[in-house]
Design a protein around this ligand. Structure first.
Ligand code: PLP
Length: 349
């Protein structure tokens, strides 16, 4: 009854476990959520007032598929890595939609795409849903294995390489399509992101987007535009970077204090997660079940590999828990990994 493309769909493991981990007694390192207490609500309210005053009823009208011109101009000028013009940008409904549009624009079913292992789970979902054939490139704290990538590109007809560049940095050559998002720097509920890429690609993506949803919410685009024009973004970034780096510090300190020999990790320079690997070969999928019983959650690393290549890694989110909870959550994890209780020890003074 269903189309072929639905055969490859599997529900996101993260979405499934988020339901479990959202119980109030659980300290959750599972989601990739920014802290809602840090959303710039007051500044967004001010921007909303101003946009109603300036736009009036027009605020609620249909608008152009590519996105509001002044918003594209802002992104082109201030938020892109290379010299860009508004026509090199299309506003998307979150960068997740950007991924889907680009894959549909460039990939026919069965064509090959290379991606890092581990990689962003949402990209794996998009690639599977669009029947791309995945080829994985091993990646570590130095980024993807470029020799492996070169070899694969020589041997196989790879259409493109999907990489998450920030905080697992690779150099950006030209011929790059870059996805951006306001989700983590302002608020994910706005569902606004963008694609910055070669103009001939953007033009075709625009047609696909028109068929998909006509345009991303004009209301939200005006809101973000007014917010950006108010100059509130940079001070807000300072606020969230300071808060998140404290939490990162707290998690790194607790991991080192409670599991000095049992876990390996590299402290990231940004983002919202620590990627940790057990030095034993224990399965983090099994550990996850007992962790839930102990009231702490994480995402087993396996979820981020197309072919379940890793069994003993885990992703730990630090952005959405306060430092005392981070300490307590890591302590609970350590008690499982160490097979002992650690009451009375504290990594955070
Ligand atoms: C690498 C990456 N791409 C895309 C997304 C989706 O973000 P958005 O909210 O912009 O759709 C995420 C969300 O965490 C992400 O980590």
């Amino acid at each position: 009854m269903f189309a072929q493309r639905t055969k490859n769909l599997n529900s996101s493991f993260i979405r499934d476990i988020l339901a479990v981990t959202q119980q109030p007694h659980i300290i959750s390192f599972a989601g990739g959520l920014p802290d809602p207490q840090l959303f710039p609500v007051h500044e967004l309210q001010q921007a909303a007032q101003l946009m109603h005053h300036i736009q009036g009823n027009a605020l609620y009208q249909y608008s152009e598929t590519a996105g509001l011109l002044p918003l594209r101009a802002y992104v082109a000028q201030s938020l892109t890595v290379a010299d860009s013009q508004p026509d090199d940008i299309i506003i998307t409904t979150g960068s997740q939609q950007g991924l889907d549009l680009i894959v549909r624009c460039l990939i026919d079913p069965g064509q090959k795409v290379a991606a890092e292992a581990p990689t962003y789970l949402g990209a794996l979902q998009v690639l599977r849903a669009n029947q791309a054939e995945l080829v994985t490139i091993p990646s570590d704290d130095q980024g993807p294995d470029l020799n492996a990538l070169e070899e694969i590109v020589k041997q196989e007809p790879i259409r493109f390489f999907y990489t998450v560049t920030d905080f697992q940095h690779t150099l950006m050559p030209h011929r790059v399509i870059h996805f951006g998002s306001f989700s983590k720097v302002i608020a994910p509920a706005l569902r606004l992101g963008w694609i910055n890429g070669p103009r001939e690609v953007i033009k075709v993506v625009e047609k696909l987007k028109q068929a998909a949803d006509l345009h991303s919410s004009g209301y939200d685009q005006h809101l973000v535009l007014h917010y950006l024009q108010s100059g509130a973004l940079l001070p807000h970034l300072d606020t969230i970077c300071t808060a998140y780096s404290r939490r990162l510090e707290a998690m790194a300190t607790a991991l080192t204090a409670y599991m000095p020999d049992q876990i390996q990790f590299t402290k990231p320079e940004g983002g919202m997660f620590i990627w940790a690997t057990l030095t034993s070969n224990e399965s983090t999928m099994t550990l996850f079940q007992s962790a839930i019983e102990q009231g702490v959650a994480f995402v087993p690393g396996e979820a981020f590999y197309a072919f379940s290549e890793s069994h003993n890694s885990m992703r730990l989110n630090f952005s959405n828990s306060h430092v005392d909870l981070i300490n307590e959550g890591v302590k609970r994890l350590a008690s499982l990994v160490n097979g002992e209780r650690l009451e009375g020890r504290s990594a955070i003074g």
